[in-house]
Design a protein around this ligand. Structure first.
Ligand code: LMR
Length: 399
């Protein structure tokens, strides 16, 4: 059966990571995946996470299965983090959700759920979007299309074109947006624009699905949730896929959640019953450890404070690195956009959508061992005081 199988292409992000590991150049630089690195190039474990883990180790008395939708106390914490403590839907019992293996797991469960209740739905993705969105929803058997989101020349949101395209979207279709720190463009709608998007989607009868993997990397945990909180008060129903890979540094623990706001508590119960069937037929029930960490930290004032401060320091380092990167390019008289490099400091979250072409990205890899995703997306946190000059020099040397 396997003799005639042709090899599949490598993953556009993790495939590059593998190529990076094999590159013998001691000066190689990895700016591919959205993974936070500190000034020494390490991905640290949060202090609050380590403390929580010690506590969990001491107190844990069983490794028995969780229920199909996972840990209820964890899901309740994620709902509050995503929607805010005082969201009316929480008080009205219209919110439900499941604990999933990472944000990717949440997206796939969302895809399977939509396919099971609304198989004709088209999934609309921003152009550009995270490279894995298309494959996830296609794998769930759904039709996938895209709408304009970002102007690659001016480095701004293509707001008017986006709104015009969304007018064409059918009732029952699903529009995938990102809660904050849009991956890869680093460009989010303003509060006013979120209002207008919400009104338009409600008017069209389309379901928004918000992928939120970088909450806390833009302004702070609360402000970064503003868009999804606005939207979820305007539209009757919404899906939110949360990930704690980045903002808790729990990359390999695979911890995320699918949150649903519905119109009534009976609708929430019915929706969850279908979600449970999707989960059961996929991975049965989620791994517990990451959820215990998140719950322990969020429920303890001191740990929560420590987590929030450490996250703030990560955000600050990324901001400073953005400034240094823009300045480094200015000093070498390289302008990645007609208006200069200021767009790099305006973009939010882990990435800069640099405007570098596919050919330039290949040249950076082949000639300089500087690894960037093919779309020109640079993971800013991969730059450290030790390699930022090398990255700027390599970009300046591009043909
Ligand atoms: C990224 O976009 O680099 C991260 O979300 C990692 C991943 O899973 O692709």
């Amino acid at each position: 059966m396997f003799e005639s199988v042709e090899p599949a292409p490598p993953d556009p992000i993790f495939g590059l990571n593998e190529a990076f590991k094999e590159d013998p150049n001691p000066l190689k630089v990895n700016l591919t995946a959205g993974i936070y690195l500190d000034e020494k190039g390490r991905t640290p474990v949060f202090v609050a996470v380590k403390t929580a883990e010690r506590r969990i180790f001491e107190e844990e008395s069983t490794k028995s299965y969780l229920g199909i939708p996972g840990a209820a106390d964890y899901v309740a914490q994620v709902q509050r983090l995503a929607l805010g403590q005082d969201h009316p839907a929480l008080a009205e019992g219209r919110v439900t959700g499941a604990h999933t293996p990472g944000g990717t797991g949440a997206l796939r469960v969302a895809g399977d759920f939509i396919r099971s209740i609304q198989p004709e739905a088209t999934i609309w993705l921003t152009n550009p979007t995270w490279v894995n969105h298309g494959p996830i929803f296609l794998a769930a058997g759904l039709e996938v299309r895209s709408f304009p989101y970002f102007d690659r020349t001016k480095h701004v949101l293509s707001y008017d074109e986006m709104m015009t395209s969304l007018l064409e979207i059918g009732a029952g279709d699903v529009v995938v947006l990102q809660g904050c720190c849009h991956n890869p463009s680093g460009t989010d709608p303003s509060a006013e624009q979120w209002h207008e998007i919400g009104e338009l989607l409600a008017d069209r009868g389309a379901l928004p699905l918000l992928d939120t993997a970088y909450q806390g990397f833009g302004e702070n945990v609360e402000e970064d949730a503003e868009g999804q909180r606005i939207l979820s008060k305007i539209v009757p129903e919404i899906l939110i896929c949360s990930s704690f890979s980045k903002n808790f540094g729990l990359y390999n623990e695979r911890v995320g959640a699918l949150i649903l706001v519905t119109t009534s508590s009976s609708a929430a119960t019915a929706a969850l019953s279908h979600i449970k069937r999707c989960i059961r037929a996929n991975y049965s029930n989620p791994p517990a450890h990451g959820s215990k960490i998140v719950t322990t930290v969020l429920e303890d004032d001191e740990l929560r404070q420590s987590w929030s401060e450490e996250l703030g320091r990560m955000r600050d380092r990324i901001r400073t690195t953005r400034e240094q990167f823009a300045r480094g390019l200015d000093e070498r008289r390289v302008h990645l956009a007609p208006g200069g490099n200021a767009f790099i400091t305006r973009q939010k979250g882990m990435f800069s959508f640099s405007g570098l072409s596919v050919e330039q990205v290949i040249e950076l890899k082949e000639k300089h061992s500087v690894y960037i995703v093919g779309s020109g997306r640079i993971s800013i946190a991969g730059m450290t005081p030790g390699n930022i000059d090398r990255v700027c020099d390599a970009i300046a040397a591009l043909g």
